[in-house]
Design a protein around this ligand. Sequence first.
Ligand code: NAD
Ligand code: UD1
Length: 336
Amino acid sequence: MILLTGGAGYIGLHTAAVLVEAGHEVVLFDNFSNSKPAGLKRLEAIIGRAVPCVEGDVRSRQDLDGLFDQYPIGAVVHFAGLKAVGESQAQPLRYYDNNVSGSLALLGAMQRAEVRRIVFSSSATIYGNADSNPIPETAALRPANVYGRSKLMVEDILRDLHAAAPGWSIALLRYFNPVGAHPGGLIGEDPNDIPNNLMPFVTQVAVGRRPELQVFGGDYPTPDGTGVRDYIHVMDLAEGHRAALDWALRDPRELLTANLGTGRGSSVLELVGAFEQASGKAIPHRIVARRAGDVAACWSDPSLARERLGWTATRSLDDMCRDAWNWQRNNPQGFA
Ligand code: NAD
Ligand code: UD1
């Protein structure tokens, strides 16, 4: 059985759908601080059966020890954490507590239960302002915000653990920009409050929840002046987790660090154009000042994941826009 911490969140639900489809048994564990039980019901509708989900906090050894005692867990995908960059700068202790202390408690519980296979949700944000693109895993790690530093700290903890206890199999997956939704339109991204990220903002403009998109910066040294990112379909990302788990379940007793991206960059205006095509909706937008902390361009070198995990992203920007729109159109208020 595979434990998905933070399994009720955006990437967790999509990964659970892919894992169950591939024949894995899963148990989800979540404190619902950034997700809703309604998402689980939708997951169950997709896969056609109940999925065990335990409500609890990764910072609680009591919750975790109970979980490992109750279920025959063989491997863990550790999604649980907080992920909003701006909020992390304002509330550093809360972020380090959730992301770092939460991971430490989880690793302690895994050690006690003798479960030594883990796939960890890291982020391309740990590269900070990289010297060049595409970014390989060997690039310098210089996160520019608290959220990114919390992810780097957990990576460091896992590297130290592996050095001391080589029996562990550890995959550090550095995601680029996950967007889109399950093609059935039952699950998708449902941010609280005003979305910080581009795609959910665009989809909320499309359904009339927001009047217009502000494009942060039109004077970057990129082909059209707007920021360039490596958007990856959340279903491709979910399949990347399945590949990483298959790897971990073979007990390689290695620590593997892999980018999960497409290797292609798209600008803000390209994404807006692709979304307008996919949805048939005009997205009113206006170029405003750059957002503090943004880099001009960031895309992955995804070749290591292809070579080591046999995984490549296959879905296009049009697919991402179509599926994001299908989700938002069918669920204008998200899971509410
Ligand atoms: P999400 O917020 O939708 O999912 C995270 C889940 O973890 C939520 O359901 C939340 O309730 C739960 N959670 C948070 N703190 C917890 C705690 N202390 N105990 C138990 N559950 C807790 O976010 P997501 O987009 O699905 O991201 C999943 C992981 O991937 C996160 O670790 C995030 O940092 C990482 N990541 C996300 C992105 C992205 O753009 N979405 C990019 C890079 C990395
Ligand atoms: C952000 C986080 C990153 C995190 C990632 C996924 C920052 C600095 N980085 O990445 O750490 O891992 O989200 O959660 O916050 N944009 C607009 N208008 C908007 C929103 C975004 O023009 O309303 C632009 C941005 O300037 C950027 C692009 O769209 O060029 C993508 O932005 P976003 O979706 O927030 O992702 P990142 O900034 O790449």
